[in-house]
Ligand binder design. Structure first.
Ligand SMILES: C[S@@+](CC[C@H](N)C(=O)[O-])C[C@H]1O[C@@H](n2cnc3c(N)ncnc32)[C@H](O)[C@@H]1O
Length: 303
């Protein structure tokens, strides 16, 4: 079978299985099965597939037809140009989370230029490590006055294993992020943190019941935001973060596309000030930002 024939048949099968991006998925899976780049696959459509590649492609296609996420089939997901290893122990990092990382980096660069003490950043619910590892990676080369210390927390020990492995592969030195098992921020001491950057679970339980089949493969702990509106975990996170953030410290928290106004009210009732929403390029509110009242500038206490 030629590459072109294999791709065309795969696109038909994946389309029939309800995959919305059937052509793209087929290309990515064939690249995974052959070890060829996607460019080579498109350019060399008349080449024949080896029996081994055909078998590997068939196996990958079967999994995708059952609506397993492409990233779990390939074991890889690119996030901010970094190649994260992923599997069913962690959420597949989403492009919308890049907005949160960009905002965190902007704030950290500004704050690090203003002061000469360490800044402490905490990624709550680190999953694959996407947020903490990409912040550490981006700051590794930066010439900042203050150094930034990163702590990544998760309640799931299995997720932390994946995150530590990603840090080992993507960071030099990998120890620039400290990983801890923790229910929200319970492992940290009070008033020690400058920034909480979190993508907590925020899907409403009722929505999970009608979600695309791909979501059933991801850990429920990573998705279920609990409460009627899916914001119960966010609400706990706000209260917990209020405890560990220093005066003037901030929280950046990803939220669902319809949760902005409610999240703003919850931030205010948790004692934050200057709460606002950051929007993606389509104008959809995706990140809640809020600040702990009071001036910053005191010495950092180590978490
Ligand atoms: C939406 S996923 C985010 C993963 C990763 N930060 C990302 O952006 O791709 C949420 C993560 O929060 C973790 N989590 C859920 N409840 C938690 C809790 N109470 N304390 C700590 N982590 C929690 C889950 O295990 C999961 O890894």
């Amino acid at each position: 079978m030629t590459v072109r024939e294999a791709l065309a048949a795969a696109e038909r099968r994946l389309g029939a299985a309800g995959c919305e991006t059937a052509w793209l998925d087929a290309r990515v899976l064939l690249s995974h099965a052959t070890g060829w780049s996607e460019t080579r696959i498109v350019a060399e459509g008349r080449d024949s597939l080896s029996p081994e590649a055909e078998a590997a492609f068939e196996e990958a296609l079967g999994r995708r037809e059952r609506r397993e996420p492409v990233a779990y089939v390939t074991g890889r997901k690119e996030f901010r140009s970094l190649d994260f290893a992923v599997d069913a122990r962690v959420l597949v990092p989403r492009p919308e989370t890049e907005l949160l990382v960009e905002s965190a980096l902007e704030l950290l660069r500004k704050r690090a230029a203003e002061r000469d003490r360490d800044l402490v950043v905490v990624d709550v619910g680190t999953g694959s490590g996407a947020i903490a590892v990409s912040i550490a990676h981006a700051l590794a080369e930066a010439k900042l006055r203050a150094s930034v210390r990163l702590v990544a927390l998760d309640r799931s020990g299995e997720a932390l294993t994946v995150a530590v492995e990603n840090a080992r592969r993507l960071l030099a030195p990998p120890r620039s992020v400290r990983f801890l098992r923790s229910d929200l921020t319970s492992a940290l001491r009070g008033a020690s943190v400058d920034l909480v950057a979190a993508n907590p679970p925020y899907v409403a339980p009722a929505e999970l019941a009608t979600a695309p089949p791909e979501l059933a493969y991801e850990p429920r702990l990573a998705l279920d935001g609990r409460g009627v509106d899916g914001l119960a975990v966010v609400e706990h996170l706000l209260a917990d973060s209020r405890r560990v953030l220093r005066p003037g410290g901030r929280i950046l928290c990803e939220i669902g596309s319809t949760q902005g106004e409610t999240a703003l009210r919850r931030a205010e009732s948790s004692g934050f000030e200057s709460a606002k929403l950051l929007r993606d390029l389509s104008g959809v509110a995706r990140v809640l930002v809020a600040e702990v009242p009071g001036a910053s500038g005191e010495e950092v206490r180590r978490p």
